[in-house]
Design a protein around this ligand. Sequence first.
Ligand code: 4AD
Ligand code: MG
Length: 431
Amino acid sequence: MTQTYIEDIARHVGETIVIKGWLYNIRSSGKLIFPQIRDGSGILQCVVFKKAVPEEVWDACQTLTQESSVIVTGAVRADDRAPGGFEMDVTNLEVVSIAEPYPITPKEHGPEFLLDHRHLWIRSKLQHAILRVRHEVIRAVRDYFDSNGFILADTPIFTPAACEGTTSLFEVNYFDDEKAYLTQSGQLYNEATAAALGRAYAFGPTFRAEKSKTRRHLTEFWMVEPEVAYATLDDIMDLAEDFLCFVAARVLANRRPELETLGRDLSKLEAIQKPFPRISYDEAARMLVDGGQAFEYGGDFGAPDETFISSKFDRPVMVHRYPAAVKAFYMKPDPMDPTKALGVDVLAPEGYGEVIGGGERASDLQFLRDQIARHELPEEAFDWYLDLRKYGSVPHAGFGMGIERCVAWMCGIEHIREAIPFPRTIYRTKP
Ligand code: 4AD
Ligand code: MG
């Protein structure tokens, strides 16, 4: 008989089916044993009645330990009292492998222990729910761009130079003593693909040698980056707003049970609606000063600053026109005030901080040459990038969204490291 997945069980009421999975939990009372089986798609409560199964099946049930792998056959019954609304009356149970004593038990474990056992921890209910939300976020991201005229054009991971500043660059030995660097962002390449394709996006892993140990930073994270030829800062803010609303709506529509498992306050996600407030850096700085925050005008916002600013709004807030001095070399200066850059950060509510960074790119060749020198970047590594300003330079803009920041926010979880199957942080490259 072919395998049925627990998520499809409602279509099989009254039928005898086969479930292949692992023992999640088990309890017994006299002539009844209640194994709970998980198969990755859900958890099913099973009922083994001593008189309804061969003796060896009954005996095998007594040996089952947490996470033992089993193949269970039985008839599906709707039962309002059962978790999930269905139960299976077992007619056969085959043990595939008896698990050794499982390290993760229902008692509390510390975060380091759980992270050391990340390869097993992902089987737990909450982690399982987070990974399913992550998949939905990624699917929504792809669907959004794929159905709005964007062409996926992925960018390289080995790169010749920094995109987002040299302090967070991972260096690798390439061949013959040549150095290469792990990409911090596909943006510079996106500018080339946008000039070729009009609207392009890249989606892949990016790397930051961030020494920061905050709950928002990973050293390896996934970023989606759209880039649009002829777009301005305002255009890209419209796009970021529409995009985030789409992603949140999709997660709400398709991953409600997971959000409920996580105890997420759904009203916070329902509030992600257009229009998002748009404020300038100067306005945000004034809010901080007026609010008595310790903040030095001219600097970038720290995590507490972002949390303070976003706490004033019930939906994401877009902060634009940061001081050029704190932003990347490629940003276009504001013609009204060239000390400001036409960049935007989208700050998520509830303290999730910056989920999107982007803006309009400088299109002037000489300005970029000067910027590369000013930022002490190697001009020879950027010759191809400067070509984009020589051959039909146009205004253009784009942004990047960190998938894990978005997933952590959607799930309402404390730390970004739970938003990726195997997190990489300053102290962790294992498992
Ligand atoms: O603001 P960032 O550094 O912007 C860029 O890299 C641009 N070149 C993107 C572009 O315009 N195409 O990073 C963009 C986003 C941040 O808003 C955040 O969501 C995420 O990437 N991010 C991180 N996520 C996890 N860990 C880190 N260390 C991150 N650094 C940035
Ligand atoms: Mg940023």
